[in-house]
Design a protein around this ligand. Structure first.
Ligand SMILES: [Zn+2]
Length: 181
């Protein structure tokens, strides 16, 4: 088992210093993708946080390892591109560059090489987001859901950090909880 200091904890970022950390992560993300996002109102979005990410439509979750920030979670409760509701009962595409799941209208033709998540996997990841890693440990994912989750989250973290090796370390710690042997 991991030592307590290695435990990953998810906490909602609602105000003050936590939102400052979210701004730092978003700026790192912009640098990592090497695209100037000002055309999307990026600075205005940062200033207005939590803005569109506020409840009830969204949530900003920070992942902590010990007292260190590990990253933030993808959007799984609505389309990460347009905010529309997701189709129920059919696989949905996970788009790391938009930071979450896509609705049918935003999905690229033929899937665009994006990972596809089954309804079971989406439900399992939402449980994980709401209940933290304790939920994954007490209610393990099925092997297929674990595999799909791992691929989607790997691509998400790689996109976010832009550094394959650093992100692998995070996933090596989280991975066993997603797909226990
Ligand atoms: Zn959409």
């Amino acid at each position: 088992m991991a030592q307590p200091a290695e435990t990953v904890r998810l906490a909602e970022a609602v105000e003050g210093p936590d939102l400052g950390l979210v701004r730092d992560l978003f700026r790192e993300y912009q640098q990592a993708i090497g695209v100037d996002l000002c055309f999307q109102g990026f600075e205005a979005e940062l200033a207005a946080l939590p803005g569109a990410y506020a409840r009830p439509a969204g949530r900003l979750l920070l992942a902590w390892r010990g007292e260190a920030l590990a990253g933030f979670m993808p959007r799984l409760d609505a389309c990460a591109s347009c905010g529309a509701a997701l189709a129920e009962g059919r696989p949905v595409r996970f788009d790391p560059s938009h930071g979450g799941l896509l609705c049918v209208a935003c999905e690229p033709l033929g899937g665009g090489g994006l990972p596809s998540l089954s309804p079971d996997t989406v439900a399992a990841l939402l449980r994980l987001q709401r209940g933290g890693l304790a939920a994954a440990a007490s209610e393990p994912l099925s092997p297929p859901a674990g595999r799909e989750s791992r691929e989607a989250l790997t691509r998400f973290v790689e996109q976010l950090l832009g550094r394959r090796l650093a992100s692998r370390k995070f996933l090596d710690e989280v991975g066993p909880l997603l797909a226990p042997e």
